[in-house]
Design a protein around this ligand. Structure first.
Ligand SMILES: [Zn+2]
Length: 470
């Protein structure tokens, strides 16, 4: 029946500044909170809100509504995800790079839309529109996505807006507080993760986005965040992201990137030991290209991070300058064969056993319990910038380096073991390190060698970063 309507439907991509009596049908992909604006000339109070509308994968436009208090209610019924028809908006040439433009969500149209009081209307479209419904799930930007580790580690990103795909790890409670003007504000912390890091705090300040987050499920919901702001909390010494007037969130985005993330969400184990286990099990040493020297690795290990399980993987080129005694008394620890936790001494039983209450061999006394022997070797690593003291030499890395299993190693003669020890101490090495970064609750960094390989002096010269001047 649209033929009888006194306006013409046009797509966002077909808008022209000379057009009038038009309407667009689109899905709402973003809606800001109402902002109160007091006129400097007459003190009149108005409210402003921006709806971000999309009607194709490539076409997005911002519609800004100025209104009196009475009109707020009317606009409240339109939510993110609704399909609407916007009738008779004013079409304004967009002022690229202007202050207003910089505070609005990213859009593709060269126009902005505004309301004309008494003339512009919004109506909900009830007909099924599968095309618009599917467009709602397409990421609102296609640009250089970052990952969580990039954001946690790169201090230069502070103050910038970034885009990323993430899984939801936890949804915190909504907290209320009074702002400087004495008005009540609300904020919610949502913890996010991806394959690169297990925790990034996302502070959501906007009521519409808070409402959206009510339905997010840990390990299930995947999000695409466009234009979230990176900030640094000096007090907590941690990087976080927050929503702003530019932020658009796409729930369950449709993208190739999401498939692997979705799989990872379900199996991700957030404990550090488990992540380290899986890193070591799947390690392809050639793929680790990051290089530190002792000085720069120590620097990383000095600044606390918010993520209590943040791991840094990097290579060091240097020498092993000290190692546990592996000729006379090979240091060995025991691990449970069922749950793989390290055995601990049991005061009451008087020997080492599994202390994991969920394990079937918890405090088992039977002699045939499934204990696994592993190397418990410490070493110092030195390059021309310094020495890292008492790093762990991961059991698997020791076996891989020696080319023999622990049981066979123990059968070797003391002399042979001594020779192997000296080989380790004399050779220039490429050591792949996993550094568990320190946190604010005073834990210090833990350095673990997860792969060791002899290298040449030429490779050391070529790959080692320049020594850092004092
Ligand atoms: Zn166990």
């Amino acid at each position: 029946m649209s033929a009888h309507k006194p306006w013409k439907r046009v797509p966002i991509g077909g808008l022209q500044s000379t057009m009038h009596d038009i309407s667009i049908v689109a899905v709402i992909i973003g809606k800001t909170e109402y902002r109160k604006v007091v006129s400097k000339s007459d003190g009149a109070v108005k409210y402003v809100c921006t709806l971000t509308l999309r009607d194709s994968p490539h076409d997005i436009v911002n519609y800004t509504v100025w209104m009196e208090r009475e009109a707020l209610e009317l606009l409240s019924s339109f939510k993110i995800g609704n399909i609407i028809e916007l009738i008779n908006p004013r079409i304004i040439q967009r002022d690229f790079g202007s202050t207003r433009d910089n505070y609005q969500p990213s859009s593709t149209s060269q126009f902005n839309l505004m309301n004309v009081e008494g003339r512009t209307r919004i109506v909900e479209v009830n007909e099924d529109n599968y095309e618009l419904q599917s467009i709602f799930y397409q990421p609102s930007k296609s640009s250089n996505y970052l990952n969580v580790m990039d954001i946690l580690k790169c201090r230069q990103l502070v103050g910038r807006f970034v885009d990323l795909f993430v899984g939801v790890r936890s949804v915190g409670p909504v907290k209320s507080f009074l702002n400087k003007e004495g008005e009540e504000r609300r904020v919610r912390d949502v913890k996010l993760f991806d394959e690169t890091a297990s925790c990034l705090v996302f502070k959501i300040w906007d009521e519409n986005l808070i409402a959206m987050s009510d339905s997010w499920e840990p390990r299930v919901t995947i999000l695409f965040l466009a234009d979230v702001k990176v900030s640094f909390d000096e007090w907590r010494c941690s990087t976080f992201i927050s929503s702003s007037s530019k932020t658009i969130i796409t729930e369950e985005p449709v993208s190739d990137i999401v498939d692997s993330l979705r799989g990872y969400c379900q199996v991700a184990n957030f404990s550090t030991s488990s992540r380290l286990d899986s890193i070591v099990a799947n390690l392809v040493p050639e793929t680790i290209t990051q290089v530190h020297n002792v000085y720069s690795l120590n620097l990383e290990a000095e600044s606390p991070v918010q993520d209590k399980d943040a791991l840094l993987i990097s290579n060091i080129y240097g020498y092993i300058t000290r190692i546990s005694d592996i000729d006379e008394h090979v240091p060995i620890s025991l691990r449970c064969g069922y749950c793989s936790q390290l055995y601990k001494s049991d005061q009451e039983l008087g020997f080492q056993c599994c202390q994991n209450m969920d394990c079937r061999e918890y405090r088992s006394e039977t002699p045939e319990k499934h204990a696994i022997k592993q190397f418990n070797i410490k070493l110092d690593i030195t390059d021309e910038t310094g020495t890292l003291i008492a790093c762990n030499f991961r059991h698997e890395a020791v076996e891989r380096y020696l080319g023999t299993k622990i049981d066979n190693f123990l059968k070797l003669s003391e002399v042979t073991r001594k020779d192997l020890k000296w080989e380790l101490l004399m050779a220039p090495m490429r050591l792949t390190m996993a550094v568990l970064l320190p946190t604010l609750d005073k834990r210090s960094a833990v350095f673990t060698v997860i792969h060791a390989q002899e290298t040449s002096l030429q490779e050391i010269c070529a790959k080692m970063p320049n020594p850092v001047p004092i």
